[in-house]
Design a protein around this ligand. Structure first.
Ligand code: NAD
Length: 203
């Protein structure tokens, strides 16, 4: 059931969770995937970075993830456990390999995705007593509208650094990993790179 939601707007997040809950009960699985790119040098030809643009990327990629994760987890924590181990649900956030090999001109995006990666074990620890597991995927490059603007020469340079396969990933590969992470009860507090072994260059 699709529900329109601006994840950067708290009231919209609450309304979406309310609508989902009314239709199907409290969600035990939450996948945070919304995100925006944001190329900008921290000090460019026009001077220091525009903090409003920087904040917008942090707002959608990081703060909205925290907003949805905490609001959804608080609801999950009211549910009965699914099993004697006390499992109540799982949240899977979306980081990026730029969290680990930040490229020139990607400061806002790197800050947002790095924070999501860093928070994964912290939040998993915080929610553990209530049986909510927290995970993240750090994708490399995937064929989605976000990556559509990557020029072919950049595409080639990035994928040629991959170990194998030397190509963009497909959304299905990403969805498969999500599903298997959700299904595996032994995974918690982990950020998994899905990138064919690529290590990003400086630019
Ligand atoms: N495509 C890649 O190569 C790649 C690599 C690393 C990480 N990621 C991450 O994967 C996630 C999915 O990205 P994608 O590649 O599918 O990009 P995409 O642009 O195709 O999809 C992003 C989605 O987020 C939605 N969105 C943006 N702002 C929103 C808001 N305020 N409220 C609700 N929805 C909003 C957009 O409408 C869009 O549907 C993002 O978090 C992105 O940063 C993508």
């Amino acid at each position: 059931m699709p529900v329109a939601c601006n994840v950067a707007d708290d009231s919209s997040v609450i309304a979406a969770l309310d609508a989902a809950e009314a239709a199907d009960g409290v969600a035990r699985i939450v996948v945070n995937c919304a995100g925006i790119p944001g190329s900008m040098r921290l000090v460019g030809r026009e001077g220091p970075v525009d903090m409003a643009r920087f904040s917008q990327v942090i707002g959608v990629n990081l703060l909205a993830t925290v907003s949805m994760m905490t609001k959804a987890a608080a609801r999950m924590m009211t549910l009965d456990p699914l099993d004697p181990d006390g499992e109540r649900g799982v949240i899977v956030n979306t980081s990026s390999i730029t969290a680990f090999e930040g490229q020139i001109g990607q400061g806002a995006y790197v800050a947002s995705k790095g924070a999501i990666a860093a928070m994964t074990i912290q939040v998993a620890r915080e929610f553990a007593a209530n049986g909510v597991q927290v995970l993240a995927i750090a994708p490399g490059l995937f064929h989605t509208p976000m990556a559509a603007d990557v020029p072919p020469e950049v595409d080639g340079a990035i994928t040629s650094d991959a170990i194998f396969l030397r190509c963009f990933g497909e959304p299905e590969d990403f969805a498969d990993l999500r599903l298997s992470m959700i299904q595996n009860p032994m995974l918690n507090g982990e950020v998994i790179r899905l990138d064919a072994g690529v290590r990003l260059r400086a630019r």
